[in-house]
Design a protein. Structure first.
Length: 284
């Protein structure tokens, strides 16, 4: 009875976190569109986010549908199956699509009718260290693939195997999740404002992170083996890293820069009110 109940809870957690995380992509895209500008935000975040979710999609798809990867996972984890769920793949696929749309607002502002940003404006150009992380991610996965290809005795339990390439792809997402928020945190600090940065996306992301980690823990408990957690480090790290930075942004928005937020009424952070507020002269 308890196992059945927990299975239902895991299922609900999975799809609710999918909805929270999926909806979290829209407030920033809509806010940019209503403001006709990406000012106050960084191109770094959306560019590296696109790479991260592409890697996450490949990793999830491999664990779900590749018989070889699933076999190698079982050999390393006491015969168990990966704890990746179909909602994980659905979330990753949706994230790639909507992140591509958001990225286009920064890469092709003229096509969206956005105001042109100056090169001196914080966040208007991609920083060199973010470019380095993008290049380094491709290089790291390529090196791992070469090592596996050169291995004559591919022993999934004790040596190199193709699952290590998928883990390398997954770790790209972990690394990106760890660093992708930093440029925006820095821009908010330099501007002493969160203006232009949608706090709603962070609130939805925070709820999604809690439920994502909760589902992972429940699934591992039901399997009776906590290797379900260690065997899915991407999902575990994704939830925890995201929640940490969500808290940082909420502290910036609601505490550190609340005076600046009050100066423009906080209305531009509500995508449903953006146009009306602008027409009324409450935000510029």
């Amino acid at each position: 009875m308890a196992a059945s109940f927990l299975s239902i809870v895991s299922y609900l957690f999975g799809w609710i976190y999918f909805l929270c995380w999926s909806f979290s992509f829209y407030p920033q895209t809509i806010l940019n569109w209503r403001r006709k500008s990406t000012s106050g935000t960084t191109i770094d975040f959306t560019a590296i986010n696109l790479l991260g979710f592409s890697a996450y999609f490949v990793s999830n798809a491999s664990f779900l549908f590749s018989s070889q990867i699933r076999r190698e996972y079982a050999l390393r984890n006491h015969g168990l199956t990966p704890t990746v769920q179909i909602n994980d793949l659905a979330f990753a696929g949706h994230a790639v699509v909507i992140t591509t749309v958001t990225w286009s607002q920064y890469a092709f502002p003229g096509a969206w009718g956005f105001d042109k940003r100056t090169k001196r404006e914080h966040g208007a150009r991609m920083t060199s260290w973010i470019k380095g992380i993008i290049v380094g991610s491709f290089v790291g996965v390529a090196i791992t693939a070469l090592i596996v290809s050169a291995s004559h005795d591919k022993d999934p339990e004790n040596g190199w195997a193709w699952i290590d390439v998928i883990y390398a792809v997954g770790y790209v997402k972990v690394i990106i999740t760890l660093v992708k928020y930093m440029p925006q945190v820095i821009v908010n600090y330099r501007n002493q404002s969160t203006r232009g940065w949608s706090i709603l996306q962070m609130q939805l992301d925070f709820v999604g992170g809690i439920l994502s980690v909760g589902q992972l823990l429940i699934d591992s408990y039901l399997q009776g083996d906590w290797s379900g957690v260690t065997g899915n480090p991407v999902k575990l790290a994704l939830g925890n890293f995201s929640m940490f930075f969500d808290i940082v942004f909420m502290v910036q928005h609601f505490y550190l820069y609340r005076k600046d937020r009050k100066s423009y009424g906080d209305l531009e952070n509500d995508p449903l009110l953006g146009d009306d507020a602008r027409r009324d002269g409450r935000i510029d």
